[in-house]
Design a protein around this ligand. Structure first.
Ligand code: 9YT
Length: 135
């Protein structure tokens, strides 16, 4: 069994700070679960352009409000606590947190994130090359 406390892991190398977001990666690839699990804070007013070409991601909003735009359809969905979105088609998207405060999200990635990934210029995380080599 693995038991971890966000308030403790927030002060370890599991915490990643990037442009517009902070994430604590509570489960990573080396935990052997087949997915990674993150608690991510989208900073107030941030607008993030993302495209996880190499991963599926599901996100559940726990706190805060904002929106997500599906760039394939142009459709914008409001996000508030209780709303989940799943990027089941590696959907290119824009995630925005309202200016009034941050959004706090629980995120799952398949395949799991390995560690310190931040977005490349294309909005993606690199593929897990170890996986590709063994596939
Ligand atoms: C909401 C969202 O896009 N989460 C992505 C996970 C986070 N940026 C991370 O831990 O890499």
């Amino acid at each position: 069994m693995i038991v971890r406390d966000l308030s403790i892991e927030n002060n370890t190398e599991r915490r990643v700070d990037s442009d517009g977001w902070t994430s604590v990666r509570l489960l990573l690839k080396n935990d052997g679960m087949g997915f990674s699990f993150h608690i991510t804070t989208i900073h107030a007013g941030a607008e993030l352009h993302m495209h996880y070409k190499n991963h599926f991601e599901s996100v559940y909003c726990m706190e805060g409000t904002g929106s997500i735009t599906d760039l394939a359809t142009g459709e914008t969905h409001q996000i508030r606590p209780g709303v989940m979105y799943a990027l089941n088609n590696h959907d290119k998207h824009i995630l925005r947190a309202d200016a009034g405060g941050p959004m706090i999200m629980a995120c799952v990635f398949n395949p799991p994130v390995t560690g310190k990934e931040v977005h490349g210029p294309d909005g993606a995380y690199a593929a897990d090359t170890e996986l590709e080599q063994t596939a």
